[in-house]
Design a protein around this ligand. Structure first.
Ligand code: NDP
Length: 244
């Protein structure tokens, strides 16, 4: 029996891309997955597909920018399934543009989803994990959390923040609570669809030619979860072979 069988795993941003692939792969590997996102009809369809393939899954609508909704999701999981083994804070948005375009509403969205969303996941899960004496946070950063690219200052800032928050949390909690950061390179998903800036859109179109499958990222998340309890995979970077 794998080390993941029976684990209760919450995944935010599970309605597409990396979150969806992670939900499918973890369920296939024996976890009970709870999918969260805003597009409920997508969550419903993915959940029934997982169940029809013999996996164990549930879903709940959540907007990660809303602290109360994230708390409700995690509390619902704890009450319904008795524990919370893992929270994958994956939800993210990437409306890229140069700072001089002054798309400050888009800056706010990135800060709210990519940073506050992760903090809300931690705030909701940490008290439960401390009480039960175990748990794991897997926070999705990016290659953009390691290096800054043109048109991506704010997005990269949010992903640098995810790494800083994760590392701080890891040093604080220790014990039986594990913290993992996963930093994907360019991956097939709907992420670039939120770009409204024409120049940034064209740039990403070229760059995304190298995109790898979201299952490549899902496999790294599975790897971090299935380690023995005394092993904490701190960070994984996954890039396409063809991109640098
Ligand atoms: P997708 O756009 O396919 O998925 C993003 C997910 O986030 C969707 O399920 C979306 O669901 C959810 N989401 C967005 N806003 C909210 C919100 N306010 N509340 C709840 N859920 C929300 O992109 P990816 O799969 O690529 O993105 C997943 C993560 O991976 C992100 O954090 C992204 O930054 C990161 N990443 C992706 C890379 C790539 O090249 N694809 C590279 C590096 C990092 P819904 O709209 O239904 O709420």
């Amino acid at each position: 029996m794998s080390n993941i069988t029976g684990k209760v795993v919450i995944i935010t941003g599970a309605s597409s891309g990396i979150g969806e692939a992670t939900a499918r792969l973890l369920a296939e590997s024996g976890a009970h997955v709870i999918l969260g996102a805003r597009r409920i009809e997508r969550l419903e369809a993915i959940t029934s597909a997982i169940r029809s393939e013999g996996g164990s899954a549930d879903y709940q609508a959540v907007d990660v920018t809303r602290r109360d909704q994230m708390k409700d999701l995690v509390n619902y999981v704890k009450h319904s399934f008795g524990k919370v083994d893992v929270i994958v804070n994956n939800a993210g948005v990437m409306p890229l543009s140069k700072l001089e375009a002054l798309k400050s509403d888009e800056w706010d969205r990135m800060i709210n989803v990519n940073i506050r969303g992760v903090l809300h996941g931690i705030a909701a899960g940490l008290p439960i994990m401390k009480k039960q004496g175990f748990g794991q946070f897997i926070n999705i950063s990016s290659i953009g959390g390691h290096e800054v690219t043109p048109s991506a200052a704010v997005y990269c800032a949010t992903k640098f923040a995810v790494r800083a928050i994760s590392e701080g949390l890891r040093m604080e909690v220790g014990g039986n609570i594990r913290v993992t950061t996963v930093s994907p390179g360019v991956t097939e998903s709907e992420l670039a669809e939120s770009i409204t800036d024409e120049e940034a859109r064209q740039f990403m179109k070229e760059y995304r030619k190298f995109a790898i499958s979201p299952y490549a990222i899902a496999r790294s998340i599975l790897f971090a979860i299935e380690q023995p309890g005394d092993v904490d995979i701190n960070e994984i970077i996954v890039r396409p072979t063809a991109a640098n």
